[in-house]
Design a binder for this molecule. Structure first.
Ligand code: NAD
Length: 483
């Protein structure tokens, strides 16, 4: 079969109840850099999801559920060590599967290791409280796992999103069923292999690849799933929340954004420039926390535009393994979506474009990154998540207008403020509608320690950091009357 998965797992496999199993049907794996099929993956459906949920429930009621927090943490840390030992192989696998430049894939593998280290260390530090109450009572709280948690992951950052979502759920003692994206699920399966080697009990982690409308829908509708964590598109997020409502289970939704960076006249433009550009083109713009809007105070608009344009002109696009600034988009469909937006923005001004290298294979889904100006804040291009390497420059007069534009999309994932004025930094950190605000930097989600999530149509719930653990647990209050 395929060389890409050799040494990891049977590429048409699913991981259920600690066993590697073949699905009745398979789906192709496409290399976005060439458009060629490089393997097959399992096409799991409702039956396999049902088996995975049952296996997870058995693990929760059995070995995994009875394990001490310290032991759980040790296993997670062990998975992290195995990830670290195979960073290069994981990076190559991800680069082939997603089309991202090798250096970015390597960062993702390192982030996966960090999630395992972080949540390995956090497992025995998740505590309840004692609550002062009436005389003669002792009241305390227990943070208990929810049971079987369902995780639906997109194709843009498989390793990072598996790390943050599955890592936190396992840390809190839940048993996981993971449905990776049909476009890119190889590293999720590789992760399962490493978890198995690290001694994670059978059934604590199950991975069932498959189509969203089949395996994904079956997972969100399953009555045995006690929490659903979803990262992906707005429309599917709504469907997931509706399905979860049938079973009255909580959901975490991470649905993307239109994240702005606000550049004020007093900002250090030289320091800002690398962040302004990289936050837009990282992973070819297919990043939920991409900064796709650059708001610049009018007095310095032309200067920022010229300096960003200079950087754009130097950007190179090519195959993932060539490790240039950008790789291809994930699929022909995604390229079509982005080109559709560009057509509708035909009236705007293209300030600069990057260049696709001559040796980029003709079948790859390459798109030159584009810097655009001249769109009004209400323009479709300035309102909707494009999910491609397209950044918009928008001018503003003063703080009021900057905030109105920044908060004016209904989305709110990340924002940043570039200014030397400390009072303004503090004011805007409060006024900007976003789950994360960066001051004089931009983190596209930031480190594994930093709580992350949306406001408004960007979703709800928080992942990453310690905060994620509260979402994957349920608080029980115990009131003891002893006189
Ligand atoms: P999507 O929402 O269709 O897919 C994300 C995940 O949901 C995949 O695992 C998919 O199999 C699953 N899924 C699809 N339909 C489902 C259903 N009915 N029930 C349960 N699960 C289902 O996203 P996409 O098609 O891969 O991308 C479309 C758009 O979504 C992109 O253009 C982008 O705007 C957005 N997106 C956002 C993020 C993010 O990180 N916020 C990531 C990927 C895509």
């Amino acid at each position: 079969m395929s060389d890409v998965t050799a040494g990891w797992f049977d590429s048409a496999g699913m991981f259920i109840g600690g066993q590697w199993r073949r699905a009745p049907d398979t789906l192709p794996v496409e290399d976005p850099s060439t458009g060629q099929e490089i393997g097959r993956i399992a096409r799991g459906g409702a039956a396999e999801i049902g088996e995975a949920v049952d296996a997870a429930q058995r693990a929760f009621d059995g070995d995994w559920g009875r394990m001490s927090a310290a032991e759980r943490g040790r296993i997670l840390a062990g998975i992290g060590q195995r990830v670290l030992a195979r960073v290069e192989e994981l990076a190559r696998l991800e680069a082939r599967d997603v089309g991202k430049p090798l250096a970015q894939a390597r960062n993702d593998a390192l982030a996966l290791a960090r999630y395992m280290e972080f949540y390995g260390g956090a497992a025995d530090k998740l505590m309840g409280e004692t609550i002062p109450y009436l005389d003669g009572y002792t009241v305390y709280t227990l943070r208990e796992p929810l049971g079987v948690t369902g995780h639906i992951v997109p194709w843009n950052y498989p390793m990072q999103i598996v790390g943050r979502s599955v890592g936190a759920a396992l840390c809190a003692g839940n048993a996981v069923v993971l449905k990776p994206a049909e476009e890119a699920c190889l590293t999720a399966l590789a992760f399962a292999r490493l978890a198995q080697e690290a001694g994670l009990p059978a059934g604590a982690l199950n991975v069932v690849p498959g189509l969203g409308e089949e395996a994904g829908a079956a997972l969100t509708a399953h009555s045995g799933v006690r929490h659903v964590s979803f990262t992906g598109s707005f429309a599917v997020g709504q469907a997931v929340q509706r399905a979860a409502a049938e079973n009255v289970v909580p959901v975490t939704l991470e649905l993307g954004g239109k994240s702005p960076q606000l550049v004020f006249g007093d900002a250090d433009i030289g320091a800002a420039l690398p962040f302004l550009v990289s936050a837009g083109i990282q992973n070819a713009g297919q990043t939920c926390s991409a900064s796709s809007r650059i708001l610049v105070q009018r007095a310095r608009f032309d200067e920022v535009a010229a300096r960003m344009a200079e950087r754009y002109a130097a950007l190179r696009v090519g195959p993932a393994l060539a490790d240039l600034d950008l790789g291809p988009l994930i699929s022909a469909r995604q390229k079509q979506i982005v080109e559709g937006y560009l057509e509708r923005g035909a009236g705007c001004e293209t300030l600069a474009e990057g260049r696709i290298t001559e040796d980029a294979p003709a079948g790859g889904h390459y798109l030159a990154p584009r810097l655009i100006a001249g769109a009004e804040p209400g323009h479709l291009l300035a309102q909707e998540e494009i999910f491609g390497p397209v950044q918009l420059l928008l001018p503003f007069e003063d703080e009021e207008e900057a905030v109105a534009i920044a908060n004016g999309t209904g989305l709110g994932l990340v924002a940043s403020v570039w200014s030397a004025d400390g009072a303004r930094q503090m004011r805007l950190a409060r006024r900007l509608r976003a789950g994360q605000v960066f001051i004089n930097n931009y983190g596209a989600g930031g480190g594994v320690e930093l709580p992350f999530g949306g406001t408004g149509k960007s979703g709800h719930g928080r992942e990453k950091g310690f905060e994620a653990l509260y979402g994957f647990t349920q608080l029980k209050t115990v009131a003891c009357r002893h006189g």
